[in-house]
Every structure is written in structure tokens, then in C-alpha cells.
Design a protein around this ligand. Structure first.
Ligand code: F6R
Length: 607
């Protein structure tokens, strides 16, 4: 949430800051700004709206070769130019960009106002430059450290001072910050995507660390000024992975990448001869993994839906009791952390505050937590005891698609591994492996049906409400379908277990409310068909996502989306894809901003 970028080096800073902000825009996009330094003064430009709006008001030839920038997702204070970052201290010499929430800002603001500071914005962030100003006696790093002692809450910050040309100070507590090491230039950002065009050498900061950078290099310390040695990591992906290519938007690109991204998640992780999975990053010995008596999964949003599928699979295939819970709820419940439970924190970004804080609480109670993350080097990936990277590649569209199916792949691999240590025979294991390896091609086949799904999307895009219904493994898929539709099209949608509709939601059914039924040919097909007939009898239109050749389901439905016949345990992969496309085409038809839907941001680093 909120994107931060800083640059110092021989080049003009402004184009680099604007380009970096453009790449960070998915983290928040209600306003943006830059502060660029010339010795003795800072030029600050801020604008409500997206980076294009900021670009249009930023002078083309703005001089200055060091500066900071920010793209905002508002927490405190409305969306307007004044509340946009960077914020200045009252002398106008110090500029700060901030990601996070300063919880004690009212107290600090009162104290500073008492000393004569006049605040311009309604944000919590504006206290930071004014606190730094209070301690500044020529050494910016020392002043930042002194100010940090007063802050309660979360922050990733970057700070510049007009009288300290070519210097940027950054600090992290709860909001990500990464240093980029260039040739004679240095960068600082909340995420590597912002600097990949300039360098692949990066250093991830941990909570409590402070960094000083100038064009020559960097030094990292803790808040007590003790040096901290850091490891330099190499980013392994290329710039073209974060570009749209020939696609009109990232979401479409990411949906269509799924055959390759799922294959990547599986790649090198299957031992065919003994029909099991090989997950090198778990960092746990076999005995520990054999003695796990319960799996508990924490996550948010789409990642939680992947966790629900994972839990169901672990229970039915590996016969391990498993539950998936919302991290935001679990954290405040004082959870019991049993000795023989294994926990998973699932997060595409690896930065989601709710999941991260829940994970820390479980670890504090002695629990073992594995991460299932996409972003390499993210906080959850680094703080977990081990885990699985899903390798879907950068996911830029705010609505998660390819990361979801890759998270599923990680759960299928882990389930296979556990099941083969328990009761799954080699023969059954082989069937599981064959079915898993067939998933990328099956997903490609579903994607080939895009035109038909586009037609259906257009037909129903004017509906005000939708129901998504499924049973068993398809219940989380129904939840995911409803979430995708509402977040990008703004059509109200509810996901329900099909068996629950008669307990209330059926009251919503009318000619105006389409129901999307997810009906694989599994043991629950007949039950689903009965539920479809109940809806039909009440005049509700039905879109069914079913299996090719299922004439009965097709004949009850008004519209039928056929997917390939699979081993029933693997339908979550193939049946979620038409729902992603349905949401996408409805949103497109309504003219929505599919990649950056209103009020949302990609990486939710506030609670
Ligand atoms: C929905 C979506 C969100 C995220 C949620 C968790 O499309 O993207 O619901 O799934 O914010 O994010 P991560 O997986 O980064 O922890």
C-alpha cells in the first residue's frame, strides 16, 4: 500500500522517479508526488489522481539529481493535493514520503503545534518531517533516528533535506523498503519493480533498520546506530515480466499466463519415479513433517480462498485435519498454537499486514510457520520458517489471478508430499501426479474458450447482483468468483456453498439476479443439479461452469461454459479460470479500470 521511490546519482531524478512511481502505481493510486532537490531548495509537485496526472503538471526539465516520490492509498485524510505526499516540515527544507500509519500522530501533532508548527494536511505523515526538523543539526541520518524514537505504528519512509544534497535516508518498521545498488547511482523503493530498469542488485531492509544512501553507496544501521551487515540479492526476473506486451491490460495478460505460471510452480518439484513432491524450501526434516497432526492456514482475500482449497485437499487426500482462517480474525483471537500443528501463511505479495502480524503472533507462541509467497524476498517469505515460492512472476493487476492458481499448485504439491508419507499408495500417487501435470494444458483449453465467456459477460454485465454457488472444493472457487466480479466490476456478488442457498440467499433469486453454478462431475454433481432446479423454478437465470459433454447441466442452464473433464480433485484449477474471465469481461463491458479498481491497492500493508 503506497509506493515509495528515491533516487540519487548523476542523472536527472524526475524522470526516474516518475517512471518508478508508474511501476508502483498498483500499490495505491489516489494521488502522487515528488520532491526533487537542488542544493538549498526542494521542488515539490503533488497531484490528486494517477501518475499520469502528476506527470502532466511536473515541469519537463525539472533539474536536480536526487529526490523522492510517492503514490498514495489514503488512510488518514481525504484524497486531495494537500494530503498527497511528499510532506514538508514547516521550513520547507525537509521532505518525507511515508507508507504505513503513525498511530500516535495526534499526540505528536499536538506537541508540535504547541511548539508553533502549523500543519497543512490532515495526514498522520506530516508529523514526521516536523519531528525530524526538531532534531536536525546538520546530520540528516541522526535527526531521522532521533525522530523515529517518537513514532508508534508502521512506516517505510524516505527523507531528503535541501541542505544535504545527494543524501537520502530511509527507515523501515512494518512497511517494506528495498535498496537498489546501481553504477554510480542508488535507489530506494518499497518494491523492486520500481528499480528493475536500473539495477538488479538489491538489499532488503528489515524492521528497525535505517539506511543512508548517496550516489557512492549505502550504509545500514539499527535505530541505535549500530551497523547492520546486509546481504545483496540479485533479482532474477526481467523488465519485460512487468510490461503488458500486446495485452490491453495486466489482468488479461496474467489470466492468459496461467498455463506457464502453473507449470513453473510445479517445475522441478515432482519426483515421478516415487510419485511424490520435492519441496526444498520447507526447511523441516521428514520426521517433523510426518508428525504434523493438523495444518492451519492463514491468509487474506484470494490467498485465503487458495488456503480453503488447500485445507480441503489436505484433509481428503493426505488425511490431515486442516483449516484455513482469515489472518485478520485469527490474530485477535488469542489462538491456541498446538505443538503438532504446522502453519502456513499464504500471501502473493508477502507483505499483507494482517497475515504478517498473525504469523508473528503464531511464531511468538512457538508455532512453525511456512510461507507460500510469490514475491521473492518479501517480509513473510523472509520471516517464515521456510516455505514455497510459487514463482508466478510479478503480478501487477490488483485482482489476483495467476498467483491464485500457483498457490493452489503449492498446496497440491504439499498435499502429495504429505499423503505419500502417510496412506497414499505409489499407484494412487502416480495418478495424482499425472493429473497435476495435466493442469497447464487443461487451463490452456479453458482459455481458448474466451470468446464465448466474453459473450456471456456482455449478456450479464448490467445485472446488479450475482450469486456464485459451489460445493466441496468448488465452494472456495465460488467465493473467489464472487470476489473477482465485485472487485473489478463493482457488481454486487455473493459466494455461497450451494447447500446453503435454501437457508436464506434463495430469497434474492429473481429474473434480475444471475446465479453462477460451478458443477464438476464429482460426487456432488446431483446435489448441485437439484440446487440449480430450485433456482430455475424461481425464474433465476443460470450460468453453469461445467464439464464438456454434460448435457443435463447444459440443458438446465441458460448459459453453459464447458471445461475439460479432469480428475475431480483438480477442478479448482480449471473452473476458476472461466470465473476470472467472466469478471474481466463484465468489467470491461462496463468500462471499468480493470487493473486498478477503485478504492483498492495491490499490497495491503496496513491493518
Ligand atoms: C483479490 C486480491 C486480494 C488479495 C489480498 C491478500 O483479487 O488480490 O483479496 O488476495 O489482499 O493479498 P496477498 O496475497 O498479497 O497477501
Amino acid at each position: 500500500m503506497c509506493g515509495i521511490i528515491g533516487y540519487v546519482g548523476p542523472k536527472r531524478a524526475t524522470p526516474i522517479l516518475l517512471e518508478g512511481l508508474k511501476r508502483l502505481e498498483y500499490r495505491g493510486y489516489d494521488s502522487a508526488g515528488v520532491a526533487v532537490g537542488l542544493p538549498g531548495s526542494l521542488t515539490v509537485v503533488k497531484k490528486t489522481g494517477k501518475i499520469a496526472a502528476l506527470r502532466s503538471v511536473t515541469p519537463k526539465e525539472l533539474p536536480g539529481n536526487w529526490g523522492i516520490g510517492h503514490t498514495r492509498w489514503a488512510t488518514h485524510g481525504g484524497v486531495n493535493d494537500v494530503n498527497a505526499h511528499p510532506h514538508l516540515d514547516s521550513s520547507g527544507k525537509i521532505a518525507v514520503v511515508h507508507n504505513g500509519i503513525i498511530e500516535n500522530y495526534r499526540t505528536l501533532r499536538g506537541m508540535l503545534e504547541h511548539d508553533g508548527v502549523v500543519f497543512k494536511s490532515d495526514t498522520d505523515s506530516e508529523v514526521i518531517p516536523n519531528l525530524i526538523a526538531r532534531y536536525f543539526e546538520g546530520d540528516l541520518e541522526a535527526a531521522v533516528k532521533a525522530a523515529l524514537n517518537h513514532l508508534e505504528g508502521t512506516y517505510g519512509i524516505a527523507v531528503v533535506h535541501a541542505d544535504r544534497p545527494g543524501e537520502i535516508v530511509g527507515a523501515r518498521n512494518g512497511s517494506p523498503l528495498v535498496i537498489g545498488i546501481g553504477e554510480g547511482e542508488m535507489l530506494l523503493a518499497s518494491d523492486v519493480t520500481a528499480m528493475i530498469a536500473h539495477t538488479k542488485q538489491v538489499v532488503y531492509l528489515n524492521d528497525g533498520e535505517v539506511v543512508f544512501i548517496d550516489a557512492e553507496g549505502y550504509r545500514t544501521t539499527d535505530r541505535d546506530d549500530q551497523p547492520v551487515r546486509k546481504q545483496v540479492d540479485e533479482v532474477t526476473w526481467e523488465l519485460n515480466h512487468i510490461e503488458k506486451g500486446d495485452y490491453p491490460c495486466y489482468m488479461e495478460k496474467e489470466i492468459f499466463e496461467q498455463p506457464e505460471s502453473i507449470a513453473r510452480a510445479l517445475s522441478g518439484r515432482i519426483e515421478r519415479d516415487i510419485a511424490t513432491a520435492k519441496l526444498g524450501g520447507l526447511n523441516l526434516d521428514r520426521r517433523h513433517l510426518r508428525e504434523v497432526n493438523r495444518v492451519r492456514i492463514i491468509a487474506a482475500g484470494t490467498s485465503w480462498h487458495a488456503g480453503l482449497v488447500g485445507a480441503s485437499l489436505l484433509e481428503s487426500v493426505a488425511r490431515i485435519p486442516a483449516q484455513a482462517e482469515l489472518a485478520s480474525e485469527l490474530r485477535y483471537r488469542n489462538p491456541v498454537v498446538e505443538k503438532d500443528s504446522l502453519w502456513f501463511a499464504v500471501s502473493q505479495s508477502g507483505e499483507t499486514a494482517d497475515t504478517l502480524y498473525a504469523m508473528r503472533e503464531i511464531k511468538r507462541k512457538g508455532g512453525t510457520v511456512l510461507g507460500i509467497c510469490n514475491v521473492v524476498g518479501s517480509t513473510i517469505a523472509r520471516e517464515s520458517d521456510g516455505g514455497v515460492y510459487v514463482h508466478s512472476g510479478p503480478e501487477i493487476a490488483v485482482a489476483s489471478t495467476k498467483a491464485f492458481t500457483s498457490q493452489l499448485a503449492a498446496f497440491y504439491l504439499f498435499t502429495l508430499f504429505e499423503a505419500r508419507m502417510r496412506d497414499l499408495s505409489q499407484e494412487e500417487g502416480k495418478r495424482f501426479v499425472e493429473a497435476l501435470e495435466s493442469v497447464p494444458a487443461a487451463v490452456a483449453k479453458v482459455l481458448a474458450g474466451r470468446d464465448e465467456i466474453q459473450r456471456i459477460g456482455k449478456k450479464y454485465s448490467k445485472a446488479r447482483d450475482f450469486l456464485f454457488l459451489g460445493r466441496g472444493l468448488m465452494y472456495p472457487i465460488a467465493l473467489e468468483g464472487a470476489l473477482k466480479l465485485k472487485e473489478i466490476s463493482y457488481i454486487h456478488a455473493e459466494g455461497y456453498a450451494s447447500g446453503e442457498i435454501k437457508h436464506g440467499p434463495i430469497a434474492l433469486v429473481s429474473e434480475e439476479v444471475p446465479s453462477v453454478f460451478i458443477v464438476p462431475n464429482d460426487g456432488l454433481r446431483e446435489k448441485n443439479i437439484s440446487n440449480m432446479r430450485e433456482i430455475k423454478a424461481r425464474g433465476g437465470p443460470i450460468i453453469a461452469v461445467g464439464v464438456e459433454g454434460d448435457e443435463e447441466v447444459a440443458s438446465i442452464a441458460d448459459d453453459f461454459i464447458a471445461t475439460p473433464r479432469m480428475d475431480p480433485r483438480f477442478y479448482p484449477f480449471t473452473m476458476v479460470v472461466p470465473l476470472q474471465l467472466l469478471a474481466y469481461f463484465c468489467a470491461l463491458d462496463l468500462g471499468r479500470d480493470v487493473d486498478q479498481p477503485r478504492n483498492l491497492a495491490k499490497s495491503v500493508t496496513v491493518e
